[in-house]
Design a protein around this ligand. Structure first.
Ligand code: CA
Length: 360
């Protein structure tokens, strides 16, 4: 080996050595994020969805970005998630946008709308129909990014201790029901209240509320709501495909290298898909358990009650659109996507499901 070859080889060896030596430096620069959530820690579907999101980001980044999840009340109360992410107390949050209606009324479009889009349609609108851009505009003044990170699918109408046979039965009813669904109940003479999920069982058994909705069989079984109410009504007209959102502090996000940014955003997409799949898998068995083991009476809302709920829901959505320019713009985008989707769904999903059930 001549001197030139020797030098070349030792330079390569030194470079390789330097590469190895650099590894501890990467470990030292691990970024730690907090994720605050609206859910009880580890609550099936919602809380475990937040856990999955944190785990995926940590795993996909090889531990360079570690995310630690906090359940409701561990760091901050359930309904302060948005504020906590906005001011940077936590870099991430997991919640749903309708909880911020007091601060940002138009955020509700990115959660769910009564008689609005189902899960597939919401994903279509957000990812390919201009929804995400509008969402970014709404949260920009707060220094927050919102991304879909879970979907419950169609929810159940709720738990009641009396039958709902007519609109009269909704009058004077004190019910936990969030978002615009609550506003619809109010117009029909009821009293909507919002409570974090963890407080529903006690509120219903103590008589603080007369009725409640939560999510669907899988989640409602977990909270034991069947012990507090007898009738389980469907469909959840007020939440036809609720998006659970990941909230990300914009400054913290922009400080990340591009690969970690991509990991965070794509982990949200994975969880968005996985959570819906989990609900599809778990709801049927949970429903059977509620009926067979706990003797829950499953009832459909009467057609005329649904008709009135639909009418009032349309009015409430229009009024929301009239609140400010942003709400109007989002409403128009949402509405035009839904109208186009309705025509397609009618001859695809709807026609197929009817055919599958022998109804045509
Ligand atoms: Ca709900």
């Amino acid at each position: 080996m001549d001197r030139r070859d020797f030098l070349k080889k030792t330079t390569v060896a030194a470079a390789a050595g330097a590469g190895l030596a650099a590894a501890p430096a990467i470990a030292r620069s691990t970024i730690k994020w907090k994720m605050v959530t609206t859910w009880p820690k580890n609550f099936p579907g919602l809380g475990t969805g937040a856990n999955n999101l944190a785990r995926l980001i940590t795993e996909m980044s090889g531990g360079r970005l570690k995310v630690k999840v906090y359940g409701a009340k561990e760091l901050i109360p359930a309904f302060e998630v948005f504020d906590a992410v906005s001011r940077g107390t936590a870099e991430m949050g997991h919640s749903s946008a309708y909880y911020w209606k007091g601060k940002v009324p138009e955020a509700q479009f990115f959660s769910t709308m009564p008689f609005g889009m189902a899960a597939d349609e919401m994903n279509g609108w957000i990812y390919y129909g201009g929804g995400q851009k509008l969402w970014d505009e709404v949260y920009a003044p707060f220094g927050v990014l919102g991304r879909p990170a879970g979907n419950t699918g169609v929810q159940m109408g709720g738990w009641f201790n009396k039958e709902i046979n007519s609109l009269e039965d909704l009058k004077g009813l004190k019910m936990r029901i969030p978002g615009l669904g609550g506003e619809v109940l109010k117009r029909l003479g009821g009293t909507p209240v919002n409570l974090p999920g963890g407080e529903l069982f006690t509120a219903l058994t103590s008589g603080t509320i007369d009725a409640t909705e939560w999510v669907g069989p899988y989640n409602d079984l977990a909270f034991g709501l069947y012990k507090a109410a007898k009738y389980y009504y469907y469909p959840g007209f007020h939440e036809p495909g609720t998006i659970l959102e990941a909230l990300i502090n914009k400054k913290a996000f922009e400080a990340l290298p591009k690969d970690l940014q991509s990991i965070v955003l794509n982990a949200c997409k994975v969880v968005n898909m996985e959570m819906l799949a989990e609900y599809s898998a778990r709801n049927p068995g949970a429903l059977e358990q509620l009926v067979k083991e706990h003797h829950v009476e499953v009832r459909a809302y009467p057609d005329d009650v649904l008709g009135q709920l639909r009418k009032v829901s349309a009015e409430v959505a229009q009024e929301l659109a009239g609140q400010n320019a942003a709400a109007k713009k989002i409403y128009e985008s949402y509405r035009s996507f839904l109208e186009a989707s309705r025509k397609w769904t009618k001859i695809s999903e709807l026609a197929y499901l009817e055919a599958r059930d022998g109804k045509r």
